[in-house]
Design a protein around this ligand. Structure first.
Ligand code: AHM
Ligand code: MG
Length: 331
């Protein structure tokens, strides 16, 4: 996917704010609401990043179980991230409703005049949260389909992935990165803690067409469908490298940059896959495609799946185009 002319013109090192403003100028009828929403998401990311960075201190200082400055009881990081994200989006005013991995039902923001809805996993990689391993936030933005001024409904969220207006993730890793797309290529921003700003570090991320990394939970190997076991055996014979962090964002990001495939097939305890379509798979599929990669559930492109439930799960095979295509040939 080619970047727009203005994207190319912007040098690595500009701030996220300036980048967003510049992108907005390319769309004469843009109202600035999406730009503001992206800034709100970046702000939420900075706040979550701060919370993650002091994670160990929660126990050290004995704060667990006590109240913080807002009078909230200290909670696990994924719950804190959820609260912070929702608060940032509510205060920003550009979102009429949110769905989150942490909440069963739609969350209303009381901004019925806003035209966007957000689906998010505020802190993905639950098994890595307490052990100082990379984790991430995933978000997906849709334009609502119900009339502005009314209460958002399920229909606003049950849109196919191709309807996404923007999607991205924040990776809390060896550095904190925000990667997003609005459908004009993929850009990456790195957070400078000392300045409290995201700076453009990759103006256009193009994923390698092929690669030699496969990422899956090897402990589930015997439970995988036969064709997936066959694909993995072939990959091993070809000398591919197995890399699995167990945080989708981190595994996806590594493969996006280096070339690889991430697999979460159906298994007996998760017969339709483990990962959630709306706030894990569809946003990463949008980014993968925009970077030149592919994402499938084994039969359809992830972006072509019409969702029927908010927390719907799907198998996921995502990454370098040639690797995903080789896997599809085994079906
Ligand atoms: P979570 O939403 O509970 O964090 O689960 C999603 C995570 C992904 O980040 C990761 O790729 C996968 O689950 C790991 O699952 P498993 O431990 O079954 O390999
Ligand atoms: Mg998750």
């Amino acid at each position: 996917m080619q970047s727009t002319s203005s994207t190319i013109a912007l040098p690595v090192g500009v701030t996220l704010d300036r980048y967003i403003m510049r992108q907005q100028r390319d769309f004469p009828f843009a109202t600035g609401e999406l730009s503001q929403l992206l800034r709100d998401i970046a702000l939420a990311g900075k706040i979550i990043n701060r919370e993650i960075n002091k994670a160990g201190l929660i126990d050290v200082t004995g704060a667990l179980g006590s109240n913080n400055v807002q009078g909230e009881c200290q909670q696990k990081l994924d719950v804190i991230a959820n609260i912070r994200f929702i608060r940032a989006l509510k205060n920003g005013g550009e979102v009429c409703a949110i769905i989150s991995e942490e909440d069963e039902e739609i969350i209303y923001t009381d901004n019925d005049h806003a035209k966007y809805v957000v689906a998010m996993d505020p802190l993905d990689g639950s098994s890595n949260i307490d052990v100082n391993v990379s984790i991430g936030t995933i978000f997906s933005i849709y334009r609502r389909v119900t009339p502005i001024g009314t209460r958002a409904t399920l229909d606003d969220f049950l849109q196919g992935g191709r309807k996404q207006v923007a999607a991205g993730y924040i990776l809390y890793g060896s550095s904190t990165m925000l990667v997003y797309t609005t459908g004009h290529g993929v850009s990456g921003f790195t957070y400078d803690h000392s300045l409290g700003e995201f700076f453009l570090s990759q103006a256009q991320i193009n994923s390698p067409a092929d690669g030699s990394i496969y990422s899956c939970n090897d402990g589930n190997y015997n439970e995988y469908p036969e064709n997936i076991r066959h694909y993995l055996e072939t990959s091993r014979r070809q000398g591919y490298t197995g890399r699995y962090i167990g945080s989708l964002v981190a595994d996806f990001h590594r493969n996006l940059i280096k070339g690889g495939i991430y697999l979460y097939p159906p298994i007996p305890k998760a017969p339709t896959g483990k990962l959630r379509l709306l706030y894990e798979c569809a946003p990463l599929a949008f980014i993968a495609e925009q970077a030149g990669g592919r994402a499938t559930d084994g039969f359809r492109d992830i972006l072509d799946i019409e969702p029927s439930e908010l927390h719907q799960r799907t198998p996921l095979y995502i990454g370098a185009t040639k690797m995903v295509e080789a896997l599809l040939e085994t079906v």
